[in-house]
Write a new protein. Structure first.
Length: 453
């Protein structure tokens, strides 16, 4: 009986540990415990001393009971393990009475045997129900794990659906954001077009009213200069005293100079009016697909030959660094052409002015005027650089360079509207950026950044 109790006790504990993660820790213990029980059985049958082995079995069972109570890992099976206490207690009581009172034990031997048998049966009844409960718990555990697995799969499925839906919403948001930005850009272009159209109508009316009297002023001042010259010729034909002639000629010369100044400033006023008309002139507002490199090259040479027509001695190196991958870009070609023309005209003026100043100071040395344009396409943006090695600009000039009517050129050579118009065309008309970087006395670079749809 003791062998069966010990063996099944070890097996029961091993089965209980199988449903936990602690079995690897006690695997060797269960292996050696089985060997120990089987070894005692072998010695029992070889030695044939049942009285002595009853005490060994009882002590072994008490040792197992003490071990299971000592280790916290076996806490779930302690209640079941207690079922061997009656069996061990009755067995040890029977052995003690037999040792001390052999006659009394012999008289009640059947009763002690029945008590030991009932205690033994009690152990197995308890183990049977405990084993049954273990199976129920194991089944519940398997069901729980299956439910957890199903829940995990459902969670993963829901997470996938949520991620997919989130991606769709994010994409829709980006598309809506892009549509809003396009609408804003279109709105800005429409506002700019309307503003330019309104300003064009206003300035056209003003120019019409100013142009006629201005033409009369210019025309009659030029005629008055010719009349002064004719008057001088007629005075020479008269018999007036030479001193009087000189005095009259001096007055006529002063009148002629005054008329020339009137003509000069009248023409400047005329150029300002024309500049205002050009600044407010509305383009078609329709973007076209054009070769930006070819457009820039065309206006660069147009500005160069325009300055050469005024100053035959002017020469400058034209440097181009075009990105061949740009191809065609949707822009307002008429407006962008104005921007190129303004930037190149300013660049050629800056290098010509620097050469003139260096020549007058006798410090020309190996200075060679150079105007450069470069284009580059990167990250859905078009980058255009127009640079020169001319006079440059101080910081206080850079701060006001894009303001209307601000100019650094002498009277009659600039209206101060070119760069202002260029800034409006790039920022409002194309949704881009126009910046300037300059080092006084050395160089100037205008940077244009245009978004490419």
């Amino acid at each position: 009986m003791h062998f069966i109790v010990a063996f099944f006790l070890v097996q029961f504990a091993h089965s209980a540990m199988q449903h936990t993660d602690k079995l690897p820790k006690w695997a060797n213990f269960f292996k050696y415990a089985r060997f120990y029980v089987l070894g005692l059985v072998a010695i029992y049958y070889i030695g044939r001393q049942p009285e002595m082995f009853t005490w060994v079995w009882n002590l072994s069972l008490l040792g197992l009971l003490w071990f299971f109570y000592k280790e916290e890992d076996f806490q779930p099976i302690r209640t079941t393990v207690q079922s061997i206490v009656p069996f061990v207690g009755v067995s040890m009581l029977s052995d003690i009475i037999e040792l001390l009172f052999p006659k009394f034990h012999k008289s009640y031997d059947d009763i002690f045997g029945m008590a030991i048998l009932f205690a033994w049966i009690f152990c197995f009844v308890i183990w049977f129900y405990a084993r049954k409960q273990q199976k129920v718990l194991a089944q519940e555990r398997r069901d729980r794990l299956r439910d957890e697995e199903l829940a995990r799969e459902q969670k993963q499925s829901l997470e996938y659906l949520v991620a997919e839906r989130t991606q769709e919403l994010t994409q829709q948001k980006e598309e809506l954001q892009k549509a809003i930005e396009e609408l804003k850009a279109t709105q800005n272009q429409l506002i700019q077009s309307e503003k330019m159209a309104s300003l064009g109508e206003l300035t056209a009316g003003i120019a019409h009213e100013i142009q006629n009297p201005l033409n009369f002023v210019n025309n009659f001042s030029e005629v008055s200069v010719e009349l002064c010259q004719e008057l001088e010729e007629e005075i020479d034909k008269t018999g007036i005293d030479d001193n009087d002639k000189d005095y009259i000629k001096g007055i006529i010369s002063d009148l002629s100079q005054n008329q020339q100044k009137i003509t000069h400033h009248g023409k400047r006023a005329d150029s300002i009016v024309k500049g205002m008309l050009q600044h407010s002139r509305a383009s078609s507002g329709e973007k076209e697909s054009v070769e930006v490199n070819a457009l820039a090259d065309e206006y660069m040479r147009l500005a160069y030959h325009g300055l050469r027509a005024k100053d035959k001695e002017f020469n400058a190196a034209l440097v181009t660094d075009f990105d061949p991958t740009i191809g065609t870009v949707n822009v307002l070609p008429q407006d962008l052409g104005r921007v190129f023309l303004n930037l190149f005209t300013n660049a050629f003026y800056a290098v010509a002015e620097k050469k003139r100043k260096l020549t007058e100071a006798g410090q020309l040395g190996d200075y060679k005027p150079e105007v450069k344009i470069s284009t580059k396409k990167f990250d859905n943006k078009l980058y255009i650089r127009v640079s020169d090695n001319g006079t440059g600009m101080p910081e206080h000039v850079k701060a006001k360079i894009f303001q209307p009517f601000f100019t650094t050129k002498p009277t009659g050579q600039g209206t101060g509207l070119g760069l202002s118009m260029s800034y409006d065309i790039i920022t409002n008309g194309h949704g881009g950026v126009l910046e300037v970087d300059s080092l006084e006395g050395e160089k100037t670079e205008f940077r244009i950044t245009l978004p490419i749809a």
